[in-house]
Design a protein around this ligand. Structure first.
Ligand SMILES: Nc1ncnc2c1ncn2[C@@H]1O[C@H](COP(=O)(O)OP(=O)(O)OP(=O)(O)O)[C@@H](O)[C@H]1O
Ligand SMILES: [Mg+2]
Length: 224
């Protein structure tokens, strides 16, 4: 889908002990669905900042954000943002953030159960996603019984359980070795379809070369 995500006139300025640091100035971009887009740029250029803004966890100083022809998401109040995020956006971090006393499948099911969905249907969906992540033999393992790559695949399955339109990943393979990073990346590519889009911040050039599109942050804006 064309114009699946659109950012208009984004500005973001941090106030650091009285000093203004401009991260984004008049930034515009549009993205289509069905893509795994990598987000690159030097350390400190604003990748995590942009991910937090797109996740509606951080507010910009100016700008508009449309997802699948929604109204301007930046204009929503905190409650509306939180509801929209729960239903449409998910985020995967470098540290997997799994709940340690829940099994792999319970971790994957949690966001769906929080959204009030039926337990049996959720379990079926979670199993399907864990199979997609090649974890069918690990569903009843606790996080501590899984490797880093396996834990991240559980986190990715969890990020997909509510069928989000936007999946944001902030260096999700940053703590994995090269082989596992490539594997996790390839599996993420398989979960994309015309109803969603993945934005994946990374420093890893071999992953960038396998992505559909690279967005680079430089000169306080996002470049194609
Ligand atoms: N809450 C904050 N207050 C002030 N400055 C901040 C805040 N958060 C981030 N910054 C600054 O904004 C800039 C961008 O940070 P950000 O974390 O987005 O970079 P990044 O591209 O993700 O870097 P890395 O590759 O190291 O993860 C940095 O200079 C950082 O110090
Ligand atoms: Mg970062």
């Amino acid at each position: 889908m064309n114009n699946f995500l659109e950012i208009k006139n984004l500005s973001k300025v941090y106030n650091d002990k009285g000093e203004q640091i401009t991260i984004f100035e008049n930034t515009n971009f549009k993205l289509e669905s069905n893509q795994l887009v990598t987000l690159t740029g030097p350390s400190g250029s604003g990748k995590s900042t942009l991910i937090h803004i797109l996740c509606l966890l951080d507010s910009p100083n100016n700008g508009s954000f449309f997802l699948k022809q929604s109204e301007d998401l930046f204009k929503k109040n905190e409650n509306e943002k939180s509801t929209f995020r729960k239903n449409n956006i998910s985020i995967v971090f470098q540290s997997f953030n799994l709940i340690s006393d829940l099994t792999a499948i319970e971790n994957v099911m949690l966001p769906s159960l929080y959204s009030g969905n039926d337990n049996n249907e959720t379990e079926t969906d979670a199993l399907r996603l864990l199979r997609k992540m090649n974890l069918e033999n690990r569903i009843n393992h606790l996080p501590k019984e899984l490797s880093g790559g396996e834990q991240q695949r559980v986190a990715i399955a969890r990020s997909m359980i509510n069928n989000p339109e936007l999946i944001l990943a902030d260096e999700p393979t940053g703590s994995l070795d090269i082989k596992n990073a490539g594997y996790v990346f390839d599996l993420m590519k398989e979960i994309i379809d015309e109803n969603n889009l993945v934005i994946f911040a990374t420093h890893n050039r071999s992953l960038v070369s396998k992505s559909n599109l690279e967005l680079t942050i430089s000169n306080r804006t996002v470049n194609f």
